[in-house]
Design a protein around this ligand. Structure first.
Ligand code: KG4
Ligand code: ZN
Length: 361
């Protein structure tokens, strides 16, 4: 089962060809991030304009790298939401047209289900990217997944790909936003996560004490606004003159550790709630963070539980291969396709996984 996937929910334009929801034959990602580096964030209209220019070349390249002709495809998958509406429409309009002219089923995919499926992806054939972790064995449900990106921070407990509940979510910012806003306070560019992590690498993470948000609460929710405020006041109290490059690195390292510890704390609370969990997965842009990986791996070893991350860093941040994986499990296993979907800027995965959920979209 060969699926061409398209993902354009934020500032990336990505296309991938994946076999049977796991084997990545190609994954091409074109990003306009550098255009926004000095601006502290994405300008939605500019991002969509860049995506209009790159979508067809990116799809053509993905098919060529996978050595695949359109007639060999079994379906086209596309992210329908949530995300930036203009960006999403570039992907969904293109996918609708290609599905019509190539006469293929169209499979709409929720972006977050894409991230949740990213741990299934493995490198295949000629398409060889250096794998961070070997994900060759099949993950085993029940799975607790921490999904942390620039748009969301959630803990999902699932008994199958498409059945489960959202056990916890953020009460304010997303984890990626905490990195991005922290980076702005430290005078770094966008996206802040990688820049802050790079600066933190040379700092001492025990140099400054940050609060442990919601530490006494037994609900696995997240809160990052207190950490951000602490960072703001710490920098103000230190005073501009005292914030040398060395001090900045110490502050970045201490702030990064505080975010990682908070995420690990919340996972532990969720594991207490769901003791039958067999695997812990960490996905989304922030799962690329090496300190988070080491903190979470130590915690998983203590809890005696298998931990998995996406096989390459490219599958942590937004990419079309994860959209193929999610399309395969959701639509192919359910034997359904749907070209009557709507493109949605906001959309809750909780409603899709749990029909009894009363969460608003
Ligand atoms: O999943 P993603 O590519 O896009 C969304 O769906 O939001 O995640 C992007 C987020 C950004 O906030 C970025 O700063 C963060 O992931 N990020 C990182 C790292 N790489 C990306 N955060 C911390 N450390 C990293 N190495
Ligand atoms: Zn994402």
């Amino acid at each position: 089962m060969l699926i061409l996937g398209i993902e354009t929910s934020c500032d990336e334009t990505s296309a991938a060809v994946v076999r049977n929801g796991r084997d990545v034959l190609s994954c091409v990602i074109s990003s306009s991030k550098n255009d926004f580096a000095s601006l502290g964030g994405v300008i939605p209209e500019d991002a969509a304009r860049k995506q209009l220019e790159s979508i067809l070349p990116v799809i053509t390249l993905a098919l060529a790298k996978a050595n695949t002709m359109p007639k060999e495809l079994d379906a086209i998958a596309v992210t329908y939401g949530p995300g930036l509406l203009g960006s999403l429409l570039v992907g969904t309009s293109t996918a609708r047209v290609l599905a019509r002219i190539w006469n293929k089923p169209l499979l709409p995919v929720h972006h977050t289900l894409g991230h949740l499926s990213s741990t299934w992806l493995v490198e295949s054939g000629k398409w060889k990217v250096k794998s961070e972790t070997s994900n060759d064995s099949s993950p085993q449900f029940p799975i607790l997944t921490l999904s942390v990106s620039g748009g969301h921070s959630d803990l999902w407990y699932r008994t199958s790909h498409v059945n489960g509940v959202r056990a916890g979510t953020t009460r304010d910012d997303a984890a990626g936003e905490a990195f991005d806003k922290g980076a702005v306070l430290l005078g770094l560019g966008y996206p802040g996560g990688p820049a802050l992590a790079k600066l933190a690498a040379s700092g001492r993470e025990t140099a400054y004490e940050f609060p442990r948000p919601l530490h006494t609460e037994k609900v696995p929710d997240f809160s990052f606004s207190g950490l951000k405020t602490s960072l703001k006041y710490l920098l103000r109290d230190l005073g501009e003159a005292a914030v040398t490059d060395v001090v900045r690195a110490d502050v970045a390292a201490s702030f990064q550790l505080a975010i990682c510890r908070h995420l690990a704390d919340r996972i532990e609370v969720a594991l207490d709630m769901f003791p039958e969990t067999r695997e812990l997965h960490i996905v989304g842009g922030v799962s690329a963070n090496r300190r988070l990986r080491s903190v979470a791996t130590e915690m998983a070893e203590r809890e005696g539980i298998t931990i998995r991350f996406p096989a390459t860093l490219a599958y942590c941040t937004d990419n079309a291969a994860m959209i193929c994986a999610a399309a395969y499990v959701e639509h192919i296993e359910k034997k359904s396709s749907n070209d009557a979907f709507r493109t949605l800027a906001t959309s809750s995965l909780a409603n899709l996984l749990d029909p009894t959920s009363t969460e608003s979209r």
